[in-house]
Design a binder for this molecule. Structure first.
Ligand code: PMP
Length: 285
């Protein structure tokens, strides 16, 4: 694989980042994952805008312009022959060659930017989407700026391991009695034709897919209610689903072992997945 590091395209075995990099030492880094379908980038603009916001919230300088970012994405997709897959992008605060809690001087310390691709044939036509996934509920013990897409992914990783141990596919996170989101996705349930999801705040990541899917749902005359909801409400739902850039719209068919509906992907989730894939592929660049 060819990867990108700080202005250079290199074979992955030759790419290097300092051991003092704050991304490595302190998770002082933000990231984006953009999916590739048909060799094209899905919602690149949405990811670029959110990246800028994450950087701004952390007083981190942008390592390059949006146009340069697009060029790097496209070049990696091309040289690595990605037809279906992902582009991972990470920007960290870099390092001044030592370890210190205080941020290094931005005049002399440049951010570190790394991009690589992941080949994922069958991303759109996924068997999981045909079958639907199972989730369990676990406490949300993450920090309180989940709107910033940082690389602090230890708890989400632990959550996925807890799910695996329980024989489930993923976990939904609960705080103060309400579902925040999935470990790496936004969460929804459908009851009596209404789609319910948590409103945007610093408690959840502002999903790029969430935004697109909600617009498409509205255009398809579906009713969306943004409000707090409990896991018990979701367990009594007709159907449920999650959204993310890499899973698109993924039906959820069981919560904590409670089957939803007839235990197969719901009508609305399936319809939204179709609409999302079709429309975002049309708009892909
Ligand atoms: N919430 C969390 C915690 C996530 O990690 C992700 C995916 N990175 C999402 C939601 C979904 O966001 P997006 O649709 O932009 O991938």
């Amino acid at each position: 694989r060819t990867v990108y590091v700080n202005g250079e395209y290199l074979p992955e075995t030759e790419a290097k980042v300092s051991i003092f990099d704050r991304g490595f030492l302190m998770a002082d880094a933000v990231y984006e994952v953009t999916s590739v379908l048909d060799g094209k980038l899905i919602d690149f603009d949405g990811h670029a805008v959110r990246l800028k916001r994450s950087l701004d919230e952390l007083d981190m300088a942008a390592p390059c312009t949006k146009d340069e970012l697009l060029e790097i994405h496209r070049k990696l997709v091309e040289v690595n022959g990605i037809v279906e897959g992902l582009v991972y992008l990470q920007v960290s605060r870099g390092s001044d060659g030592d370890r210190d809690f205080v941020f290094p001087d931005p005049e002399t310390t440049k951010p570190t930017i790394v991009l690589f691709t992941q080949n994922k044939p069958g991303l759109a036509n996924s068997p999981a989407a045909q079958k639907g996934i199972s989730v369990i509920a676990i406490p949300d013990i993450r920090w309180h700026r989940r709107d910033i897409k940082t690389t602090q992914l230890l708890y989400p990783s632990m959550g996925k391991m807890m799910a695996k141990k329980a024989g489930a596919d993923d976990a939904w996170l609960i705080e103060d009695g309400y579902v925040t989101e999935g470990t790496s996705n936004n969460a929804y349930f459908v009851k009596d034709g209404k789609i319910v999801t948590r409103p945007l705040s610093n408690d959840i990541l502002h999903g790029i897919t969430r935004k697109a899917v909600m617009r498409m749902a509205e255009e398809a005359q579906m009713e969306i209610v943004e409000r707090l909801f409990t896991i018990d409400e979701a367990k009594e739902a007709d159907e449920a689903f999650v959204t993310s850039a890499s899973a698109f719209v993924m039906p959820v068919v069981s919560i904590d072992g409670v089957q939803l509906g007839d235990g197969t992907p719901g009508r609305i989730a399936k319809r939204l997945r179709e609409i999302y894939l079709e429309e975002s592929l049309q708009a892909a660049i």
